[in-house]
Ligand binder design. Structure first.
Ligand code: GLY
Ligand code: MN
Ligand code: MN
Length: 430
């Protein structure tokens, strides 16, 4: 791993919170992700299952966790299985966690080789009535491949048809949605790395530069600061591409007079940051671009103030919609008649601002987190309004990451990343 070791106290605490929500006489199993094939003998870089990481900090393939709080043998109440290693394997495959290291990383005393899993699991299943299966029920998931967990879940249902099945997902969604202070520190670190990358761009972006060169500058800065790289596929969108929400080709040349929309950010220790900034390629926005930029910035600032413990997700989005509507009227993009006649299910502002304002952020960029119950202190959200004007050939989005607090405005993890138009322009021309 490139990141510095995380204190295992975080994972000990996370497991204790999970255990507190388990039913009596139950156990839960969490598996690592597969290593996904590319072809021949090549695999994609490994990405740990985020639930397993949240509970153990183990960032290695073929790892399994069993949590069985009432196991008769106390040493089996939590067991971490890691793939077997020895000096020979270390020479061929590189360093893998030893049992002692797995304990140090996770705080779990009992560590076994993965090859022992079936025996221990079968033994513990005899003591419980309920097994928690881990599934991904994220509201945006669209997974077509079978995961290691999917295969395990199918096997369990066949092998143990008389056990009750329970879901980990509501527990994980509840827990992961509210961040511990250690997690907020990791998110801050990801945002700080993103800041370094962004500042590098302020002296680099100019007419004639290619979008992929901008991408390369960011990646260089991220990796040299202990990040694996981008937290999600970067969007480096010049000119009319700034209106394409999922533009990821990043293969065009930047022209004077264009805007450059950059939605790109670093991960750190598997925690995502998620930043969007929009720059004037030539160093100064046109009057029209500036007016739209300032409108988006005002919506971002207003929306941020609305995020507070107790607020309901859908009410927040409705309120942001009202602020955005007023700005679009101010820009001459909507008129009052459009708004008076609008279908409440498809408000007029959606023509220019067609995506959500916020999402949970954490171990996933679109993180787990409750959306139907009131917001809570410690939740981390993006705030990312945009105005996209097809007929004028440009779009502007600004995106920050904030932590909800009681009795205070949200804490902005991106407070040091320039966003005021004057500051951005003067840094580009410094
Ligand atoms: N970069 C993905 C998002 O902003 O949601
Ligand atoms: Mn983003
Ligand atoms: Mn986002």
């Amino acid at each position: 791993m490139k990141y510095e070791r995380i204190d295992s106290a975080l994972f000990v605490k996370n497991r204790a919170k999970f255990v507190a929500m388990m039913q009596p006489k139950s156990l839960a199993v969490f598996h690592a992700n597969d290593q996904y094939p590319i072809g021949a003998d090549a695999t994609m870089p490994f990405e740990q299952n985020r639930d397993l990481f949240y509970l153990t900090g183990a960032d290695q393939e073929e790892t399994i966790l069993i949590i069985c709080p009432q196991a008769a043998k106390p040493e089996l109440r939590e067991v971490l299985f890691v793939r077997q290693t020895d000096e020979h394997i270390a020479v061929w495959e590189g360093h893998k966690l030893t049992k002692a290291e797995a304990t140090e990383v996770s705080g779990i005393r009992t560590v076994r080789w993965t090859s022992d899993f079936d025996r221990v699991f079968f033994d513990l299943m005899g003591e419980v009535d309920t097994i928690y299966l881990n599934t991904n029920e994220h509201y945006r998931q669209a997974v077509e491949t079978q995961t290691r967990e999917d295969r395990f879940n199918i096997r369990v249902k066949q092998q143990f048809p008389a056990h009750r099945v329970a879901k980990t997902f509501p527990i994980m969604e509840h827990l992961r949605g509210v961040k511990e202070s250690e997690e907020i520190a990791l998110l801050q670190r990801a945002c700080d790395i993103t800041e370094k990358g962004f500042r590098r761009l302020l002296g680099f972006v100019r007419p004639g530069v290619w979008e992929y060169e901008v991408e390369a500058e960011l990646l260089h800065e991220f990796v040299r600061n202990r990040s694996k790289g981008f937290a999600y596929t970067p969007i480096i969108a010049g000119g009319a591409q700034s209106n394409v929400l999922h533009y990821i080709e990043n293969n065009r040349q930047l022209r004077d007079g264009d805007v450059l929309l950059i939605d790109a950010a670093a991960e750190y220790a598997n925690y995502s940051s998620d930043m969007t900034r929009t720059l004037p390629v030539g160093g100064r926005f046109s009057a029209r671009q500036a007016a739209v930029y300032d409108a988006v910035l005002r919506v971002k600032n207003e929306a941020t103030k609305m995020l507070a413990p107790g607020v309901l997700w859908h009410e927040y989005h409705q309120e942001v919609g009202q602020v955005m509507t007023a700005e679009l009227i101010g820009l001459g993009l909507l008129d009052k008649a459009d708004v008076a006649q609008q279908n409440p299910e498809q408000p007029a502002y959606k023509k220019y601002f067609m995506h959500g304002t916020s999402h949970h952020l954490g171990l996933n960029t679109h993180d787990y987190g409750a959306l139907k119950t009131p917001m809570r202190e410690g939740m981390v959200f993006t705030v990312e309004p945009g105005i996209y004007i097809q007929e004028e050939g440009f779009g502007i989005r600004l995106e920050d990451n904030v932590v909800l607090r009681s009795g205070a405005e949200p804490f902005n993890l991106m407070r040091h990343i320039p966003v005021e138009r004057d500051e951005v322009e003067s840094l580009m021309n410094a």
